[in-house]
Design a protein around this ligand. Structure first.
Ligand code: SF4
Ligand code: MG
Length: 314
């Protein structure tokens, strides 16, 4: 993902454009085959918009997403359809993404039809196979979405994403709506199928404990920008960006005997319509100096597998 930007116009009551929400502002990162990349930050930081733009559910304002070397925003026709098959999404609320009037077997079969895969019998077999993979019996083929619990529906959402044999799944807060006991079941399922299908996950979440559990690498977003990026172990052991430090200080430690100071940020997250000059975090950063108000810090490598956008490390 290179220099991705997504701005949404803001209109007044007369429909006139009065400004733009700078939801994603110059975000770059890469992912490897089969890895889990966690995209974290508070609500409104642009992580979901980044995920959706990477999938081309929304078109970017600027920038590129290269998948196997091709800019997905330029794909058309057959190539676009192939890209859509390989990149799938699992949503936070599976209920709203499952047609309530259709039996789940048909919902799963539909993805195959769109991509014109298989004969009727082959499609049925594949649906049964995927339902079994995510822990259902074949009889459940004929049931409707409302007959399932939240956790079950999320497993149906995962099965649907798997139907077309994708290589990347964008998971947008996939367990946030579920009870904690159910969360770990769904996370375990995601991990099991990852190995079996050699899947990469772009895992979007505000929940750092969940991301710590599942991600190989993590990107931290604040106000539309990526402020730090590191392997999961490195990020938790040595967060460098003052925003990451504050964010992590609120996560419970696995070993409660270790004392750590909770860093409380002053003020509110500024408006993404009119973000602060220089470093977007300067209005809340306890280390801010004059340069931070003027110059935008560029994300740069400070160690293998660790990059940060902050003037403190230049
Ligand atoms: Fe704080 Fe300056 Fe670093 Fe921004 S660039 S995080 S304001 S020290
Ligand atoms: Mg979101």
């Amino acid at each position: 993902v290179r220099n991705l930007k997504k701005y949404f116009p803001v209109t007044n009551s007369l429909g006139k454009v009065t400004g733009h929400v700078q939801a994603v502002n110059d975000v770059s990162f890469h992912m490897k085959k089969g890895e889990t990349y966690g995209l974290v930050g508070e609500s409104g930081c642009g992580k979901s918009t980044t995920g959706r733009t990477v999938l081309r559910l929304i078109e970017p304002t600027e920038g590129e997403t290269l998948y196997k070397g091709e800019n997905i925003y330029q794909l058309k026709g057959r190539k676009l359809l192939d890209m859509r098959r390989e990149l799938q999404m699992v949503f936070q609320d599976p209920y709203s993404s499952l047609n309530p009037r259709k039996r789940i077997g048909h919902i799963l079969e539909e993805t195959l039809k769109i991509h014109r895969i298989g004969s009727k019998q082959e499609r049925m077999d594949r649906v049964m196979d995927m339902l079994n993979k995510v822990g259902f019996q074949s009889e459940q083929y004929f049931r409707y979405p409302h007959e399932f619990s939240g956790g079950q529906r999320q497993r149906i959402g995962i099965a649907r994403a798997l139907m077309v044999d994708p290589s990347l799944i964008i998971c947008d807060e996939p367990v946030s709506a579920l009870d904690v006991s159910i969360q770990s079941q769904v996370l375990n399922l995601l991990e099991e199928i990852q190995d079996e299908f050699n899947l990469a996950y772009l895992f979007v979440s505000h929940d750092l404990s969940v991301v710590r559990h599942i991600a190989d690498r993590i990107g931290v977003m604040y106000l539309g920008q990526m402020v730090e990026e590191a392997s999961t172990d490195e990020l938790f052991a040595q967060p460098l960006h003052p925003y990451t430090q504050a964010l992590l200080s609120a996560v419970p430690l696995p070993n409660p005997t270790i004392k750590r100071e909770r860093i409380t940020l002053k003020g509110e997250v500024p408006s993404p319509i009119n973000p602060p000059s220089g470093c977007v975090f300067h209005t809340r950063c306890q280390h801010a100096t004059e340069i931070c108000k003027k110059n935008v810090p560029v994300k740069r490598d400070v160690a293998p597998n660790h990059a940060v956008a902050c003037h403190l490390y230049e």
